[in-house]
Design a protein around this ligand. Structure first.
Ligand code: C5P
Length: 227
C-alpha cells in the first residue's frame, strides 16, 4: 500500500466484486478510497468495515452531512467505529454543525464541502448565496476551518486561493483528468500535475482509473506523474 499517495480513488459503484478487484489492482499506488452515499446507503457500515479490514485501506467517507447539530453529532457517532480518515460535511450547515462533527470524531479529518460545483452562478443565487462562487467558497472555508474542519473539498478553480488564504488547510480536488483521457461529464478539469502545482494536497480521481483496462497501471502512472 502506498502510504503517502495523494490519490483518493472514488469508488462509485455498488458492484462488490468490482470494488474488490479495483482495490486489489490499485493499492500499490493508492491508500485512501472514497465511498459515498450510493455505496453506504446500499451496504452500510458492515460491508465497508470488512473492506477496510481485508485491504487495510483508509476511508474517505463522502456522506456530505448537513442537518441540525444534534442530528449530525448522532450521525457522526454512528459511523465512529469505521474511523474514517476523512468525512465530508456541508460547510453551509453552519459553524456549530461543523464543530459537533469534529468533536464527535477527533481522529477523523472533517472535510468541508463549500459550494457544489454542480451549482452555476444563477442557481447559486436561487438557493440564496450572494456574491461570486470564489467569495462564497472562501467565506465557507473560513467558517469551516474555524470550526474544526481540517480539509476543504473544492474545484481546481478555487484551490490556489484557498491555499493562499488558509495555508494549513488540506485541499482536496475532484475533476482531475490525466492528459489525453476522456473528460466524461466533468466540465473544467485539470491534469494531476496541474492540480498539485495549483495547491491540491489530494486528488479525487474516479473513472480515469476505475474505467481503465488496467487500473493498476493507470494509478501507478498518475502517481509517477506527480512525484
Ligand atoms: O470519475 P470522476 O473522476 O469524475 O469522479 C470524481 C468523483 O468526485 C466522483 O465521486 C464525484 O461525485 C466527486 N465529485 C466531483 N465534483 C465535485 C465533488 C465531488 O466530481 N465537485
Amino acid at each position: 500500500m502506498s502510504k503517502d499517495s495523494p490519490i483518493i480513488l472514488a469508488v462509485d459503484t455498488t458492484d462488490l466484486s468490482s470494488v474488490d478487484s479495483l482495490i486489489e489492482a490499485t493499492r500499490e499506488s493508492i491508500s485512501i478510497y472514497k465511498f459515498g452515499l450510493e455505496f453506504y446507503l446500499k451496504f452500510g457500515s458492515t460491508t465497508l468495515q470488512s473492506l477496510l479490514d481485508r485491504f487495510g485501506i483508509k476511508l474517505f467517507l463522502d456522506l456530505k452531512l448537513h442537518d441540525i447539530g444534534n442530528t449530525v453529532a448522532g450521525a457522526a457517532r454512528s459511523i465512529a467505529s469505521l474511523d474514517p480518515f476523512f468525512l465530508t460535511v456541508h460547510a453551509s450547515g453552519g459553524a456549530a454543525m461543523v464543530r459537533v462533527a469534529a468533536d464527535a470524531l477527533p481522529n477523523t479529518k472533517i472535510a468541508a464541502v463549500t459550494i457544489l460545483t454542480s451549482l452555476d452562478d444563477k442557481e447559486m443565487k436561487r438557493v440564496g448565496f450572494e456574491g461570486t462562487v470564489t467569495e462564497r467558497v472562501i467565506g465557507l472555508s473560513d467558517l469551516a476551518l474555524a470550526s474544526g474542519a481540517r480539509a476543504i473539498v473544492s474545484s481546481a478553480r478555487e484551490v490556489t486561493e484557498i491555499k493562499r488564504r488558509f495555508p494549513s488547510a488540506i485541499t482536496i480536488t475532484p475533476g482531475i483528468r490525466p492528459p489525453g483521457s476522456s473528460q466524461d461529464d466533468q466540465a473544467r478539469t485539470m491534469t494531476p500535475k496541474e492540480a498539485i502545482e495549483s495547491g491540491s494536497d489530494y486528488l479525487v480521481i474516479g473513472r480515469p482509473i476505475s474505467a481503465a483496462k488496467d487500473p493498476g497501471r493507470v494509478a501507478a502512472e498518475i502517481l509517477t506523474s506527480i512525484r
